[in-house]
Write a protein that binds this ligand. Structure first.
Ligand code: ATP
Ligand code: MG
Length: 138
């Protein structure tokens, strides 16, 4: 029985499938769902107003991603969203710990990576370091 399920979403095909599955699991277990999205840091050497503009663009894109994830997840008993700056695996692991997630759902692959590789680097890292079960969706 899961109480808190974390969905890591980057908009990729695998993450889209992960979102649908995470939604189903959340409904089945009457669990809370936490959607996590991590965006690339804005280089600090960009002075203002470029820094602010770049950051605003990142945040707007993040919002879009999250809305997309919500739509794919569907109705769930309870939903939270965490948008963090920085490497995705670190963000996923931190949110899992803070929210005391008991299941992490993510794609085997994401938006980047080399064709033919079985597991993306972020998935690998999370599987290696997570303290909870990780459900990798193909
Ligand atoms: P790589 O990033 O190593 O070049 P990749 O993009 O194919 O390869 P990953 O980044 O490991 O593979 O993606 C696997 C899964 O990790 C995605 O399906 C998604 O669930 C999650 N993920 C990846 N990037 C993010 C992100 N920025 N925010 C939230 N979750 C992410
Ligand atoms: Mg990636």
């Amino acid at each position: 029985m899961y109480r808190t399920i974390l969905l890591a979403y980057d908009g990729s095909e695998h993450a889209q499938k992960a979102a649908a599955l995470a939604g189903e699991e959340a409904r089945l277990h009457q669990a809370k769902l936490v959607i996590v999205y991590a965006y690339d840091p804005v280089p600090e050497w960009l002075g203002d107003p470029l820094f602010e503009e770049a950051l605003a663009r990142r945040v707007a894109a993040a919002k879009e991603r999250v809305e997309e994830a919500k739509a794919r997840v569907g109705e769930v008993p309870s939903l939270e969203v965490e948008v963090l700056e920085g490497p995705p695996a670190e963000a996923i692991l931190r949110v899992a710990e803070v929210h005391e997630a008991d299941l992490i759902v993510m794609g085997t692959r994401g938006l980047g990576g080399l064709a033919g590789t079985l597991l993306g680097s972020q998935s690998q890292k999370v599987v290696m370091l997570a303290k909870t079960p990780v459900l990798l969706v193909k």
